[in-house]
Design a protein around this ligand. Structure first.
Ligand code: ADP
Ligand code: MG
Length: 431
């Protein structure tokens, strides 16, 4: 084997036979080089250089390297700190992509997210114990916040952590494929201690990405490295995801995050307004919390809007002022739909009683409204399956999945039931 540090020197000697002196001076000599176990990383001082070298010379470089040492991988990246022709042997720090603001300290705990937070903390304390940890729930409920919180703590403990949105994972893979750098790609992920992948529902329908992710996951799993995933759905509900992957996802631990209850929403508002350098009265906090019950992102967004407007108009944040500022939103939110309303209206529509829907009776006169109400809760509210199950007399989340499938099927087969569904949605929306 050629001595590491000689490879690039040899390589440039070979290249100078096929490139002009000017090309060598302008494009090849300025590249830095970094060696790793299985490859060479060439470091361009800026993006322009990288792209030019990629377009005009990378093929030749790879060819020459291949001639010298057939199984070495070459990749090209930008490293602005690189000095002309410098050789770096220590590994370059990689991007963790972590948002330092999202920590456990800034995460307000309540009944709806307690379990998820506890599971995340146990991953921090004992990485590899729950593997993978799968966090699921509706949008804006704190899944991404928790991922970053885990990442920030583990990164402090010197673990090699990377946070990635699943779309970015797909993008990176496509780039690697295009540049024939799959080996690099694989090596990168397999060398991590902790991999945090957000919103894996975006893998749906992308077979090659699923495949790669599955292998990466298995490799990490085998070495007891921690993987944490988030999704907007329970694994079984993700369509367009291979079954073997779904079954793998539930191997570890899965926890749901639900919309926060009133008290937690108030606590979140108070914490956030403090962080924004403002303070709001209890009255205002309760008012906002009562009227915005969908998710934390909206809660925060509207709080910011109120605070910004008060600063701009130089007004105090009174209840009147808050109502005025959020007038458009409040008229919309009056139509917010809850599990209770769905049960009441569905029972009414089918001329039965809510208590029957919640009971364990199994005659068809009652199972249809029950299934219909469950399916509507899933379609129209932001509640997770377990919490919908809870709302139906402590049923299991699988019952909700079953009800949902059943209603989807009936809607296709039976025009009356399809019409029932539309009618009930209409009543719910129009009061
Ligand atoms: P998701 O990933 O579930 O869609 P995010 O984690 O992006 O939601 O949360 C949306 C916003 O709400 C973020 O700004 C986040 O910091 C904030 N947030 C969510 N839950 C909490 C919480 N329990 N305490 C404090 N902030 C929260
Ligand atoms: Mg998110």
């Amino acid at each position: 084997m050629i001595k590491e540090s000689n490879i690039w020197i040899k390589c440039t000697q070979e290249l100078s036979k096929v490139l002009s002196e000017k090309e060598m001076r302008t494009w090849i000599k300025p590249l830095g080089v970094k060696y790793s176990e299985s490859g060479i990383s060439l470091l361009a001082p800026n993006k322009f250089m990288k792209e030019e070298v990629e377009r005009n010379f990378l093929d030749k470089i790879m060819f020459v390297v291949g001639q010298l040492h057939s199984n070495l991988v070459v990749d090209l990246s930008v490293e602005s700190k690189v000095k002309h022709g410098q050789s770096i042997v220590t590994p370059r720090g990689f991007r963790t992509n972590l948002n330092k603001e999202m920590t456990f300290d800034t995460f307000v705990e309540g009944k709806s997210n307690q379990l998820a937070k506890a599971a995340c903390l146990s991953v921090v304390n004992e990485p590899g114990m729950f593997n993978p940890l799968y966090i699921y729930g509706g949008v804006g409920l704190g899944k991404t916040h928790l991922l970053h919180s885990i990442g920030n703590l583990l990164s402090k403990a010197n673990k090699k952590v990377v946070y990635l949105h699943s779309e970015k994972f797909v993008q990176n893979m496509v780039t690697a494929l295009r540049n024939s750098q799959m080996e690099e790609f694989k090596r990168f992920y397999r060398n991590l201690d902790v991999l945090l992948i957000d919103d894996i529902q975006f893998f749906a329908g992308k077979e090659r990405s699923q495949e790669e992710f599955f292998h990466t996951f298995n490799a990490l799993f085998e070495y007891k490295k921690q993987v944490v995933l988030t999704c907007d759905k329970y694994p079984k509900e993700i369509s367009g995801l291979e079954d073997r992957i779904k079954s793998r996802l539930v191997w570890g631990m899965n926890v749901s995050i639900d919309p926060p209850d009133l008290e937690t929403r108030v606590a979140i508002l108070q914490a956030k307004s403090e962080a924004l350098g403002s303070s709001i009265t209890n009255e205002v906090a309760f008012f906002l919390a009562k009227n915005i019950n969908s998710n934390v992102r909206e809660l925060e967004g509207n709080l910011r809007r109120v605070i910004a407007t008060s600063r701009f108009k130089k007004c105090d944040i009174t209840l009147e002022f808050t109502k005025e500022t959020l007038a458009d939103l409040l008229s919309l939110n009056q139509r917010m739909i809850t599990i209770d309303q769905i049960q009441k209206i569905t029972a009414n529509y089918y001329k039965t009683r809510v208590s029957d829907i919640l009971s364990s009776k199994r005659d068809k006169k009652i199972t249809l409204p029950r299934h219909m109400a469950m399916a509507l809760c899933k379609d129209l509210t932001n509640n997770s399956l377990p919490s919908i199950g809870d709302g139906f007399g402590g049923r299991d989340h699988t019952t909700v999945i079953h009800a949902n499938k059943k209603i989807s099927k009936l809607k296709k087969e039976d025009a009356q039931i399809a019409q029932d569904y539309i009618n009930i949605v209409h009543i719910l929306n129009n009061g």
